[in-house]
Design a protein around this ligand. Structure first.
Ligand SMILES: Cc1cc2nc3c(=O)[nH]c(=O)nc-3n(C[C@H](O)[C@H](O)[C@H](O)COP(=O)(O)OP(=O)(O)OC[C@H]3O[C@@H](n4cnc5c(N)ncnc54)[C@H](O)[C@@H]3O)c2cc1C
Length: 390
C-alpha cells in the first residue's frame, strides 16, 4: 500500500520503519522544519523495552541510558509516599531513563534505512477522499498525492481527529511542567519525585551519562508569577523542596533555558475510520504521571503493524487492532486520569488522602503487585498481545 504517516515523532518513526519493512511505500509528513532529536527524559518501561528489542535497537538505547530500579516519591516532611521496586515483580525487570532525542534518532535512522521518505516542513491540516484514495491537505493550500491510507501519529494535539469526524472528548490540564536536562549525579538508580501537597511536585529522572531530566510541576499562571518575581525566587522554592536538584539549578540562569509544557487527555470513540487510523498520543494522550506515553505509542505501532502484516485489508487490520488494544488503552487512560489530581490539583483533601493511603498501598503485597504490573505495562490484556513478556 501507499501509506502516509502524519507526524515524525516516536510513533511516526517506529511506524515508518515497520511499514516500510513490510514492503509498503511510506511517506512521513512532519510539521517541523527539520526532524531533530529534541525533548528531555522519558521512562521506557519493561513493555516498551520489549518493543525496542523487537525493533532491534534495544541494546544501543540501553547502553546510553539509565537503568532505574526504583520509583520513589518523598513528601516534603521526609516520609516516603511511593516506593516501588521493579525487581519485586520479577528479578530481571527495571525501568529505563532515556533521552527522547536518543530514542527518536535511533527510530528515525531505522525508518530512513528501511526506505521511508521524510517530508519536513509539511504541516497537515486535513484530508479529503478522492477516487484514488486519500489526499492530505497542507498549510498554504498545498495538497499531497493520493495515498491508500493514513496512519495519524501527529501527537497529543492532532488536528486530524476533527477531520476524520471521530467523536472525542478532550481535557486540557491546568497543570503542566517546566523541564530541563543537565548533569546531575545526585540520583542514578531511581525516578525521584518530591511532593508538597498537590501543588508542588519536583522530579529527577536519570537518563544516563550522569544526566538527569528535571521537572517542576506548575500552572501557566504560576509560571507567569515566577517570571515576574525572577529566577532566584523560583530556584529557592525548588531548593527548599528538593536539595538534590542543586546541581541542575546551578546550570540554569534564566527561564529561557527551561521548557514549559502542558498536558492534554483525549478519549476517542474509535481510533480508526475508513482510511485513517490514530496511534500513540494522537489516539490517547494523557498526563505523564504514570510514565506510559512513549510505551503505549511503541506498543500501538507494533500491534497495528502486526495486524496489517496478517491481512491485506486496511479496515480489517484496524478492526483487529482496536479489538486487541481497546481494553488496555482504556485501563491506562482511566488510571492516569484518576491518579493525576492526586499529584497535581488545587484541592488539599486529595493530597491528604494520597499521603494517607499511597504508602499503605505500596506496602500491601497484593496492591503493590498490581501497581508494579501497571507501571511495567503488564495490565489489561497484555497477555493476549503478541508482544511476549520480557
Ligand atoms: C518536540 C517534542 C518533545 C517531547 N519531549 C518529551 C519529553 O521531554 N518527555 C516526555 O515524556 N515526552 C516528550 N514528548 C512527548 C512524547 O514523545 C510522546 O508523548 C510519546 O513519545 C508518544 O509519541 P507520539 O509519536 O505519539 O507523539 P510525539 O512524539 O508528540 O510526535 C508527534 C509528531 O507529530 C508532529 N506533528 C504534530 N502536528 C502535526 C501536523 N499537523 N502535521 C505534521 N506533523 C505534525 C510533531 O511535530 C511531532 O513530531 C515530546 C514530544 C515532542 C513532539
Amino acid at each position: 500500500m501507499k501509506i502516509a504517516i502524519t507526524g515524525c515523532g516516536i510513533a511516526g518513526t517506529a511506524a515508518g520503519f515497520l511499514l516500510s519493512q513490510q514492503g509498503h511505500a511510506v511517506t512521513i509528513f512532519e510539521q517541523a522544519e527539520k526532524c531533530r532529536p529534541v525533548g528531555a527524559g522519558i521512562l521506557i518501561q519493561p513493555i516498551g523495552q520489549t518493543v525496542l528489542k523487537h525493533l532491534g535497537i534495544y541494546d544501543q538505547i540501553e547502553h546510553q541510558s539509565a537503568r532505574l530500579d526504583y520509583i520513589e516519591a518523598i513528601k516534603h516532611t521526609g516520609g516516603r509516599l511511593v516506593f516501588l521496586e521493579y525487581q519485586r515483580l520479577r528479578r530481571q525487570l527495571f525501568g529505563l531513563g532515556v533521552h527522547r532525542g536518543l530514542l527518536f534518532s535511533s527510530l528515525l535512522d531505522l525508518s530512513i534505512k528501511a526506505g521511508a521518505e521524510i517530508r519536513e516542513n509539511a504541516r497537515i491540516s486535513g484530508f479529503t477522499h478522492t477516487t484514488d484514495g486519500v489526499v492530505l491537505a497542507m498549510d498554504e493550500d498545498e495538497q499531497s498525492e493520493a495515498f491508500d491510507c493514513i496512519v495519524a501519529t501527529d501527537g497529543a494535539r492532532s488536528i486530524l481527529r476533527n477531520a476524520a469526524g471521530i467523536r472525542h472528548r478532550s481535557i486540557d490540564y491546568e497543570y503542566g511542567a517546566l523541564w530541563k536536562t543537565g548533569s546531575c549525579t545526585a540520583v542514578s538508580d531511581r525516578l525521584l519525585q518530591m511532593v508538597e501537597g498537590t501543588k508542588k511536585l519536583v522530579g529527577l529522572l536519570p537518563i544516563g551519562k550522569n544526566q538527569c531530566s528535571f521537572f517542576w510541576g506548575l500552572t501557566a499562571d504560576q509560571f507567569a508569577d515566577y517570571q515576574r518575581q525572577g529566577i532566584e525566587v523560583w530556584k529557592e522554592d525548588v531548593r527548599q523542596l528538593c536539595p538534590r536538584a542543586e546541581e541542575i539549578l546551578a546550570q540554569i540562569d534564566s527561564f529561557a533555558e527551561l521548557t514549559f509544557t502542558t498536558y492534554r487527555d483525549v478519549s476517542m470513540k474509535s481510533c480508526w475510520t475508513d482510511r485513517i487510523v490514530f496511534l500513540g498520543d494522537a489516539a490517547h494522550p494523557t498526563s505523564p504521571h504514570l510514565g506510559q506515553g512513549a510505551n503505549l505509542a511503541l506498543e500501538d505501532v507494533w500491534e497495528f503493524t502486526e495486524c496489517l502484516k496478517n491481512t491485506a485489508e486496511f479496515a480489517t487490520a484496524c478492526r483487529q487492532y482496536e479489538a486487541l488494544r481497546r481494553q488496555k488503552i482504556l485501563y491506562y487512560q482511566q488510571v492516569t486520569r484518576w491518579l493525576t489530581p492526586f499529584f497535581q490539583s488545587d484541592g488539599w483533601l486529595k493530597g491528604w488522602g494520597r499521603d494517607l493511603f499511597l504508602p499503605l498501598m505500596c506496602q500491601t503485597p497484593v496492591l503493590r503487585e498490581q501497581m508494579l504490573k501497571t507501571l511495567c505495562g503488564f495490565k489489561a490484556g497484555w497477555t493476549s498481545s503478541r508482544i511476549e513478556s520480557p
